[in-house]
Design a protein around this ligand. Structure first.
Ligand code: ATP
Ligand code: MG
Length: 502
């Protein structure tokens, strides 16, 4: 395996206390389980012999690629609303960056490679189940077209880790990310009252993720940064809602500045629709339920804004006013994105009220459909695909949907309004299907399917995990070779709770 020489840009771009040098711990018996050939090729890694012993040594941290400068990053965070002044990578090290074919830089990070100065009593390890889960779900997310960190490799260490449900094989995930800068990275300096550290962190974020803002003078640049992060975050959360994704631990330490989804702990994709659906076993009060995610993203953005205050204005009140003005833009910014998202899912063109149509607006149509779906707890993914089985004014299709929604009296009215809106916008059936195919996945990593695959993997059989990963590569097509993947769980298959497994 040939790997281009890594370069670690963090030490030159962060204050000295923003990271700690930290060697990964050599694994007793490294073994490669999963290897992402396509991603490796994008990163210029030669794929000739991906299952060689050296590959396993490299992606457990037992041997280090050339140019590696292993570091654990410092960060703080708000966890379930409570401030934690210091967290940091307690079981991960960034090795360095590689540049992909299109010139974009990516961190290579080993997650589960041993204790770091931030381990706070933890063992610094990761268990096989959560590592495979992050591999499967993050790659599914990427295939869905949603910004996310990626998974390059999953390895086992040959050691055992002890978790909630007993011993598990120790494992390491090689994660690829635009960066590992988090809202919590800013909170780390804010807690210390380190304004110079904050400024450095903000300028690095601009340099890496929002280079167009570089030309703006301070303090406007930092306000523009807040607005840009707000916009990316709103976009990301709308994308999660589009596919029924529930992150599960939207703490500020799990929110990236790049706008990528980070930390696939107790996350889940929803089967039967309930807007307040929660899977995470640690989210007892539903703080991060599916329909709370927009609000919690706003709350998290407010924590980020608080950190930026010293950079916005020397006068405290003026700084607060400036930050509040940007935060105040979030509800509209989110709502516009939400309307567009619902329009895409319905195969409609725009969300502005169309004066040619007397029926409801596109967003009202979408909300009414969601309300119907919630009332009957129908499968989220399959409802949208069912809408694609025929025109909304076709008799058989009307019948099909009446049955799907338990003969709810609202169905026919809704379908008539939907058909009216399509007519008013002049959208032909083929165009509707084309649009809807691009916005509504046929397959998602359903919880019970993920659990079944992981169970087999724990028993030594990786074939179901590989099959699942393959099928999730083309989520907008019906899974010809894996039809069960399109089915919701049966009553005995439902996985009601997910666990971090940390
Ligand atoms: N086994 C462990 N040993 C040491 N620290 C840990 C361990 N598990 C989690 N932590 C630390 O606890 C904090 C919260 O964990 P959380 O599950 O949100 O993150 P994570 O999944 O470890 O990492 P990431 O956010 O990078 O995906 C982090 O600082 C993390 O590094
Ligand atoms: Mg985390």
């Amino acid at each position: 395996m040939e790997i281009p020489t890594l370069e670690n840009r963090y030490p030159a771009h962060l204050p000295a206390d923003g990271f700690r040098r930290c060697e990964p711990v050599a694994a007793a018996d490294p073994e490669l389980l999963l290897w992402n050939r396509d991603l490796a090729a994008e990163l210029g890694i030669d794929n000739e012999s991906p299952d060689s012993q050296r590959t396993a040594r490299l992606w457990t941290g037992t041997e280090l690629p050339e140019g590696t400068v292993p570091i654990a990053l410092a960060y703080a965070g708000h966890q379930f609303g409570q401030p934690v002044p210091q967290l940091g990578d307690g079981r991960a090290v960034v090795l360095g960056q590689l540049t992909d074919r299109s010139g974009r830089r990516h961190d290579l990070q080993l997650k589960g490679s041993g204790p770091t100065p931030f381990s706070r009593g933890g063992d610094g390890r990761a268990a096989l189940g959560p590592v495979l889960r992050e591999f499967v779900v993050s790659e599914a997310m990427h295939a869905l077209g949603i910004p996310t960190t990626r998974a390059l490799a999953a390895t086992t260490t040959g050691e055992t880790v002890h978790r909630q449900f007993g011993p598990e094989p120790g494992a390491v995930l090689t994660r690829v990310a635009a960066s590992h800068l988090r809202f919590g990275s800013f909170e780390y300096y804010a807690h210390r009252g380190d304004t110079a550290g904050l400024r450095c962190q903000a300028d690095t974020t601009i340099e890496w993720h929002f280079p167009a803002l570089r030309a703006q003078p301070a303090p406007m640049r930092y306000l523009a940064l807040l607005r840009a992060v707000m916009e990316r975050t709103a976009t990301l959360v709308n994308e999660w809602l589009r596919v029924g994704f529930i992150h599960g631990v939207m703490n500020t330490d799990n929110m990236t500045l790049s706008g990528e989804t980070l930390d696939y702990g107790p996350c889940a994709f929803m089967d039967h629709f309930r807007p307040d659906r929660v899977y995470s076993s640690v989210d007892r009060h539903g703080r991060y339920a599916w329909n709370q995610q927009p609000r919690m993203a706003h709350w998290n953005l407010a924590r980020l804004a608080e950190c930026l205050l010293p950079l916005l204005d020397e006068d405290d009140n003026a700084a607060v006013d400036a930050a509040e003005a940007v935060l105040g833009e979030y509800p509209d910014r989110f709502a516009i994105g939400h309307d567009h998202m619902l329009a895409r899912k319905l195969g409609l063109a725009a969300t502005e009220d169309d004066p040619r149509c007397a029926g409801s607006t596109v967003s009202e149509l979408g909300e009414r459909l969601l309300a119907l779906m919630a009332r009957h707890e129908v499968d989220f993914t399959n409802t949208w695909r069912l809408l694609m089985q025929g025109p909304p004014d076709n008799r058989e299709q009307v019948e099909r949907l009446r049955e799907w929604f338990d003969h709810d009296e609202g169905v026919e009215d809704w379908l008539a309004d939907y058909a009216g809106r399509l007519r008013a916008q002049g959208i032909e059936e083929t165009a509707r299907i084309r649009r809807m195919t691009a916005a509504n996945p046929a397959v998602i990593p359903r919880n019970h399917r993920v659990e079944m695959a992981l169970e087999a993997a724990r028993g030594g059989d990786l074939a179901p995990t590989r099959r699942l990963i393959d099928a999730l590569q083309t989520p907008y097509q019906s899974p010809e070779g894996f039809p069960e993947l399109a089915l919701p769980p049966g009553p005995r298959e439902i996985v009601p709770a997910t666990f971090c497994g940390t």
